[in-house]
Design a protein around this ligand. Sequence first.
Ligand code: ADP
Length: 420
Amino acid sequence: MPRRNVFLIVICLVVPSVFLFVPSFTARAIVAGLLLLVLAILLARVFTTRSRENESRRTRVEDEKETSQETFALGKLFDATMNGMREGLLVVDQDMRVVASNNAALRLFNPARETLETQRLTEITRNPAIYSAFLDALQGTERSGVKVETHGPERVFDLRVVPLGVGANGNRAEGALGVFIDITRIERLEHVRQEFLSNVSHELRTPLTAILAFVETLETSALDDKDNSLRFLSIVRRNASRMHDLIDDILELSAIEAGNVKVNPEPVELRPIVSDVINLLQNGASARGIVLENKVASDAMVLADARRLEQMLMNLVENAIKFNREDGTVKIRLERDNANGRDRIQVEDTGEGIPSQHLERLFERFYRVDRARSRDMGGTGLGLAIVKHLARAHGGEVSVTSELGKGTTFTIELPVAIDS
Ligand code: ADP
């Protein structure tokens, strides 16, 4: 209780008490009544003050509790955000010691350790590009677009480092924050794009060079020599048609990859589609004594886009003829795998086979086992890549098995129609 209140109570009780000794009974009764009233008022005041104090103390405690809960929640949110990010974050102080980092940074630098905090930058990485970027940032210069490559696993990062809390003189920062953005995938795509462009240019240049050379020869001397002129013209025509095929295949592949080719799978009869393919390729096969056999049952149905399935089979059967031996055979059959809900259309040949080290890369664009031979045979090197994309667009896949000297089997795998 405040001392002022105690003093007041004493005064209010002692002074009127003197009147209690007055002889008049009435006066004593009035004074006693007044005394009681004052006492009651004083007590009420004391209790009100105390309860107000209690109330304010309680509010203060609750406020403090709420603030600490908020801080806790914010801290958790901050931690979750930092560690949920794919980008690695690293903060160093003026001495290049790590003062904060997230899980992505830990994975990037040293997954074996528990934390990067308190370590020097030079202890966690020997990469000079990272060191110099952080050093520049500490000297007040922001760095971005720094390419950082790590080995085992091979990854590429785009690093940006900004100064933190630049001092009043404006040149020495109190720390630096680095953000590591994983650009491995983008770099890989860029590499694939460049490789594709250089392949296309190379593939187009070869027939173009031949065309120019023979046209030049015709212009200078050979026109009078009719036999030679015809021979040269047929070479020009062959090379021009190769360029035409190549451009067709490139456009087709780009359209499929860009998702511009619509594939509408529906239940279709397989046998007539295989027959059409055989009819179209029969002449070329017969010229080399190769027999084409349609082994598909007459009632076999598959779930496919008929036009696109025919395109895939054309590519595979054409190859099976091209890379077959004289008097060989090509068989086309269907196997149903009910357990896995897959239809497997197989194109089997009796050709020379493919060495196993090539099998993994066979479906890449422009990949050939024997580049020169494929070109001589008029191949573009894109047929199998097109088949792979079309099979995937059906929700399926294409695969190959081969035995040297015995033959090769390509398999198009398609999901089975639900009602079959
Ligand atoms: P190409 O236009 O060269 O035929 P593809 O993409 O269709 O291009 O085939 C790529 C390469 O795969 C061919 O150059 C060839 O080396 C190999 N290949 C494809 N099919 C067969 C097969 N049935 N037997 C042997 N090799 C094959």
